[in-house]
Ligand binder design. Structure first.
Ligand SMILES: C[S@@+](CC[C@H](N)C(=O)[O-])C[C@H]1O[C@@H](n2cnc3c(N)ncnc32)[C@H](O)[C@@H]1O
Length: 399
């Protein structure tokens, strides 16, 4: 079973390059730490574990598995220390750092991702939260669908009239009835329902290109399916699921602090000095992190900062786009390194298919101490092909 990463491995003969910058740790400890088996099959690490408690609060394409973060927290951090993630995304690092007993801070350029991470990591009075969410849901249900003529063209294109009316009514009722933090939770429930209620096929929820308005053959369910016409059932289902997930996280969460900043990692200055970083950066041309939650931006009126998004798919993979990416990533890691102690650990999870990171790390003042490659088990059938990612274990050496 691969998860037994604590078991020491046999030390390779020869080379002593792995002892670089490992102040305070023995060589034997180091070998047991670095020779990790991190390629888990579905049976070894099932989806229910990868999306445990708040990790499954809302779909998010491009997150890493919490168990990976957990391992590197135990390897390079102590409870009570401050963990920094400059690319917070859906908040995986922050959630795991808190459960581990560390303080955590991070930033993201996407307002939706910050909202999601904040909702995952806020402390709630659960009884009151559940009551007020259910009351908002019931009031919206009784009021019936809202008029849709003032909604944006995008919303009217991507939703059946009844579904859009139900989403808009929920927004109206919840925004009037709920105060923070319940209102923020309601926004995530609304967003998740809006994702499910789009006029799209069941098998293409990640990147639908055009609305589907007629029956279609569903590759996921292996039968003919019809596009969704209502949203209320999703609002009800996700209200229950959200409360359940927040409750489950409350059982493992600690009192440590968590900060989520809507900011640009190239320029962000932190108030406190972190002990180190665990992060997964965007990669050029792979994913549009704003666009994947477009329905949320449209419904909630969130601030769009996609022009500052590094490596967005829309920016392409031309030589120029890749050079801009390298310069941006160098700025992020140089800026981060500048706020850390010499020797601080920086764990970067990335599929560096273009081999860009050696020069990014060198230019940012980091030394690569080790690299572990893992096979990523992709459960969803429509994204074919093998996928590997690397864990780059670096140290700050800039001062
Ligand atoms: C690979 S994802 C991180 C996923 C995260 N580890 C998780 O598990 O959810 C990369 C993130 O970088 C963010 N990002 C892109 N450009 C950024 C910038 N200039 N400053 C801060 N965050 C940025 C994207 O919005 C995206 O959420």
């Amino acid at each position: 079973m691969c998860l037994r990463h604590d078991e020491p491995r046999k030390r390779p003969s020869g080379g002593d390059h792995r002892v670089l910058n490992m102040a305070g740790r023995t060589q034997e400890a180091l070998y047991s730490e670095i020779d990790l088996e991190l390629s888990w099959s579905e049976a070894e690490l099932p989806q229910v574990e990868r999306t445990k408690h708040v990790h499954g609060l809302h779909p998010y394409l491009g997150k890493y598995v919490p168990q990976l973060v957990e391992i590197f927290l135990r390897r390079y951090f102590l409870p009570g220390q401050l963990v920094f993630d400059p690319f917070v995304g859906s908040g995986t690092t922050l959630v795991e750092a808190n459960a581990f007993g560390a303080d955590a801070v991070g930033c993201d350029i996407s307002a939706f991702n910050c909202l999601l991470s904040r909702v995952k990591t806020t402390t709630y009075s659960l009884g009151g939260l559940e009551m007020s969410l259910k009351a908002a849901l019931e009031e919206a249900r009784q009021a019936g669908p809202a008029p849709i003529h003032t909604a944006s063209d995008w919303l009217r294109t991507w939703y059946a009239p009844r579904a859009l009316g139900e989403l808009l009514r929920y927004y109206e009722v919840a925004s009037e009835r709920l105060d923070d933090p319940a209102w923020d939770v309601a926004k995530i429930i609304l967003s998740r329902a809006a994702r499910s209620a789009r006029l799209t096929t069941h098998f293409d929820l990640d990147f639908p290109k055009a609305p589907t308005t007629a029956e279609y053959f569903c590759h996921k369910h292996k039968r003919v399916c019809r596009p969704v016409e209502e949203a209320e059932k999703f609002l009800a289902r996700y209200t229950r699921d959200t409360v359940r997930r927040i409750r489950a996280f409350m059982e493992v969460r600690t009192e440590r602090s968590i900060g989520v900043l809507h900011d640009d990692a190239r320029t962000l200055r932190l108030d406190a000095k972190p002990h180190g970083i665990i992060t997964s950066p965007p990669y050029p041309g792979l994913i549009d992190y704003h666009e994947q939650h477009r329905y949320s931006y449209e419904l909630l009126g969130l601030r769009d900062r996609s022009h500052d998004e590094i490596g967005a798919a829309a920016k392409g993979t031309s030589n120029r786009a890749v050079s801009v990416y390298v310069a941006d990533m160098t700025s992020v890691f140089a800026n981060a390194a500048d706020q850390l102690e010499r020797g601080a650990p920086i764990v970067i999870v990335v599929n560096d298919s273009r081999n860009l990171y050696p020069s990014i790390l060198a230019a940012a003042g980091l030394v690569l101490e080790d690299k572990v490659t893992r096979h990523v088990n992709r459960r969803t059938g429509r994204r074919a092909g093998e996928f590997f990612e690397s864990i780059l274990i670096c140290r700050v050496c800039n001062t």
